[in-house]
Write a protein that binds this ligand. Structure first.
Ligand code: TYD
Length: 208
């Protein structure tokens, strides 16, 4: 039996996930929950090394399938080393991106196919399911505009406008198809987005 909870945040680059994750963590801790915050790709020392390979701008030759398998490998380690034990201990885990990022970025953005990405990740997830997936929606060009302010782009951010447009449309497509994914409009103030997120989380906590 699952004791804790897995909350994942999704959204295009620049949608403000990190800010919202920090606010959600603070909110849940104040309510007395034990919270663990982590991110993908990364979250363990092995997964962080894989992250460096994936996002390295020098790896121009990396093919889509290699990229998809590296994300899945990083995920397998995170699931095994961090997520499953924390959930077993009754913690609320908040993960910055998870398998839906692979569905959208690699399955749709890179055109590898949603079913293929799902089957690769079935092994990586080893039966673990998310409880709540919150998807921040933001026009892709708005997200990139926000990112431009950071100056240095990683390999994924450097994948071109067409790719990011596909990612944006991919997110909308999967959120329409899956009831578990709750969308939140990120094209508004930080406070409004936070309010919408805690409403979704509180509703889930009350019902379970
Ligand atoms: P990151 O700097 O964490 O981006 P963000 O702050 O926007 O979350 O870099 C992660 C990048 O990896 C991001 O561009 C999305 C991409 N990604 C995938 O393509 N597939 C995946 O499975 C995951 C987890 C991330």
């Amino acid at each position: 039996m699952k004791k804790g909870l897995l909350i994942t945040l999704e959204g295009p680059d620049g949608s403000g996930k990190t800010t919202q994750i920090n606010l959600l963590e603070e909110y849940l801790k104040e309510k007395g929950y034990e919270v663990l915050k982590t991110r993908e790709p990364g979250g363990t020392s092995i997964s962080e090394k894989i992250r460096d390979i994936i996002l390295d701008n020098h790896n121009v030759k990396m093919c889509g399938m290699c990229e998809a398998l590296l994300y899945a490998a990083s995920r397998a380690q995170l699931v095994n080393e961090v997520l499953k034990p924390a959930i077993e201990e009754g913690k609320i885990v908040i993960c910055d991106r998870f398998v839906d990022s692979s569905i959208v970025y690699q399955g749709i953005g890179r055109g590898l196919g949603v079913d293929r990405i799902r089957s690769i990740n079935e092994a990586a997830l080893d039966g673990l399911c998310t409880d709540i997936t919150i998807m921040l929606t933001l026009p892709y060009d708005e997200g990139l505009k926000r990112k431009y302010k950071q100056k240095i782009f990683d390999r994924l951010e450097n994948s071109g406008e067409e790719f990011h447009k596909k990612v944006f449309e991919g997110y909308l497509e999967i959120s329409r198809k899956c009831d578990k994914i709750k969308t939140v409009d990120a094209n508004t103030s930080i406070e409004n987005v936070h309010k919408d997120i805690i409403q979704i989380v509180n509703k889930f906590l009350k019902c379970n």
